[in-house]
Design a protein around this ligand. Structure first.
Ligand code: ADP
Ligand code: TYD
Length: 211
């Protein structure tokens, strides 16, 4: 039975880069590592619809906070069995975004904190109703919001396929998401949270397994 680790953070924080580094490191050490990124674009129709909505399609879909949260949650529900199987067959399963993304972004959209109604609703829908496995650890890649936003803007400028969506272009939202993430980490929501920013990947890889 492996450890399930969810990596969280703002758009452009460097999650993908960090997950790739951690996976390489752990594999070099001979560990059996499996990874999955949410949203599962190209594999999940609800993930694709949600992304399209954040790029201005599908009428007023993106106006509804609960509808958007449900789209992302349904994407994860479709992967629940695969994640459980991966945990059974590997030493470490790393998820690039997971349930806490839904908690943080949608609480932030509603101006709520980590103790608000949205975070409870996400917990109830995803972990209780959909039966998604609870992570053993969360990692918050808590770089300064301005750094993450600058990286997302830079990525857009060099790669037209990474055009920023409604959330990424909303500075106030990103600042509120950052605040909710920090509250979730402080409260060790659902499992222990480790925070990191500019830490060396090799050091973090060791620290996560020691905790
Ligand atoms: N530690 C870092 N220092 C500088 N740039 C970084 C760092 N980590 C990631 N980046 C760059 O920032 C951008 C966003 O990184 P990415 O890993 O795609 O973030 P996320 O998955 O959180 O959106 C990419 O262009 C990436 O090359
Ligand atoms: C996975 C997930 C993402 N989101 C948000 C975070 C991002 O702003 C947005 C898109 O996800 P993101 O990981 O940023 O995908 P990409 O940048 O490759 O399009 O959706 C949620 O609101 N809930 C979720 O459950």
């Amino acid at each position: 039975m492996g450890q399930l680790i969810a990596v969280e953070g703002l758009d452009g924080a460097g999650k993908n880069t960090l997950v790739t580094g951690l996976v390489d490191r752990w594999r070099q050490d001979g560990l059996r590592v499996w990874t999955l990124t949410f949203p599962r674009y190209g594999e999940s129709v609800t993930a694709d619809l949600a992304a399209e909505a954040l790029h201005g399609q599908h009428g007023d879909l993106s106006d509804s906070v609960y509808a958007m949260a449900l789209m992302f949650a349904l994407d994860r529900a479709g992967a629940a069995a695969e994640i459980r199987g991966a945990v059974a067959d590997h030493d470490i399963v790393v998820l690039d975004r997971y349930v806490a993304s839904n908690a943080a972004y949608n609480a932030a959209r509603l101006g709520q904190g980590a103790d608000g109604e949205m975070v409870s609703w996400v917990r109830d829908i995803e972990f209780r109703r959909f039966g998604l496995p609870v992570p053993d650890h969360h990692v918050l890649l808590g770089v300064a919001p301005q750094v993450a936003m600058d990286r997302a803007a830079h990525r857009e400028s060099i790669d037209s396929s990474r055009r920023r969506d409604l959330y990424e272009r909303n500075t106030d939202l990103q600042l509120r998401v950052d605040a909710v993430y920090r509250e979730l980490a402080e409260a060790n929501w659902m499992s222990p949270w480790q925070s990191t920013a500019d830490e060396d990947v090799a050091e973090l890889a060791v620290r996560l397994l020691d905790e």
